[in-house]
Design a protein around this ligand. Sequence first.
Ligand SMILES: Nc1nc2c(c(=O)[nH]1)N[C@H]1C(S)=C(S)[C@@H](COP(=O)(O)O)O[C@H]1N2
Ligand SMILES: [Mo]
Length: 504
Amino acid sequence: MNNARIPRRFGAVAGLAAAAVALGVAELVAIFSGPQSAPLVVVGDVVVDSVPKSVKNFAVSTFGTHDKTALLIGTTILLAAFAALIGALATRDQRLGLGGIGVFGIIGIVAAATRPNAGPGSLFPSLLGAVAGGAAMVLLLRRHEAASDGGDRRRFLMESGGVLAGAAVVGLVGRHITDRQNVSAARSALTLPTPASPAPPVPAGASLNVPGSTGFVTPNNDFYRIDTSLSVPQVDPATWTLRIHGRVRNPMTLTFNQLLARPTIERYITLSCVSNEVGGNLISTSRFLGVRLKDLLEEAGPMDGADQVVGRAVDGFTTGSPTEVLMDGRDAMLAFGMNGKPLPIEHGFPVRMVVPGLYGYVSATKWLAELELTSFSDFSAYWVPRGWSQQAPIKTESRIDTPRDGSSPRRGQVTVAGVAWAQHRGISKVEVRVDQGPWQQATLAAVPSVDTWRLWSWTWPATSGDHQLQVRATDNAGATQTADEAPPDPDGATGWHTINVSVN
Ligand SMILES: Nc1nc2c(c(=O)[nH]1)N[C@H]1C(S)=C(S)[C@@H](COP(=O)(O)O)O[C@H]1N2
Ligand SMILES: [Mo]
């Protein structure tokens, strides 16, 4: 067929409309096959899993926890550009247009099929979307072929615009419906067991009475969130199982009720992300309720040489923790409760790992599905081939929360306050200095254990003018936080948090 008389720009419009139809139909189909199978999600997941470290670091440092939104917007813009190009090509040869849509359909299908949580229906959104998009393109171009004068062309633009807008609405409605198919009802219905070993009470004074200072416990809604999931995995506790396998004498599989029925512990634990910059906020503290990992691992019986426990999530993400650390007596746990509530969905519902003293990427698997005993030499977890260290204990660090960097406190007694952390070693000292002067010892708040951050404060007799404030912490092992500045990559940032204020 020859559409040579259709201007390319009209083809581009038809291409955009066809892409909207494809995505809209795909979102409708995803109502039945699940949110994890929508083309934007599967292709985005593949991109997240395959971007080079430099791009990932750039995305996290530029967009922070909005990196996923940035990815979705970027993908949509790219798709729109390709759709316009494909439509323009189709005005010269319709086979080119259909071929272009076919290529995108295949990309979506392959991406969907290769996701670890792919189901039999996962291919349908991309497949049916591509078919609908191809049909829309052919029909729109055919209508245009018939059009010759200016009035008809205007009508063509109106029609294409209408198709585009209609498809966008259909897609958004589809996405809205899929988003509501979550496990929040199952989560609300859950009654948490009473802890056999309750958390020690938070000592009075663990939080400071200082405006602008961080609270000791982070409310669930404010707890930082980092993961590779574009669409939060929805794991039904009724069908959830945990498989413990690999190099163990007694492989086992537990249901959620079996896990809940085991002796439970409740502990305050501070979790932190290796990507946290000096002074950053990818660190939070919560009261976690769960089952001690050591007990489960002892029952499974690791074999000689099984020096790594791989936590595998339903979405294929993995962490690798030293078996020795999980069994050395610390409160490493499989958690299902967070601050008295079932684990929030985005924090790993129904079950996640929490290990005091290790960065999240080597220990804190959310939406946990399996524990596999293996060795570090046999298997590298998710972030390791992407350039991050295989083993990553948390580094001793501290942060100034008030006054804020760049603020203008009034001269006189200014309370300087913040947090310091060295999970599982504990903090023994925090020092502050002004304008590179002598280090001054801060007052440490009380803590329930060595597994949490420690709040601190220091009263500064501030004089007018521009000043620099710095903080450093010392852990219970006697090691003082290094001044050497290192980026988060490959095993955690170091350096002293330094802020500048202008006192008036
Ligand atoms: N399934 C899964 N679990 C995961 C991750 C992930 O990407 N997927 N990210 C890890 C990282 S890097 C961190 S820092 C912690 C963050 O846990 P949070 O989001 O509850 O704060 O989760 C860990 N567990
Ligand atoms: Mo992390």
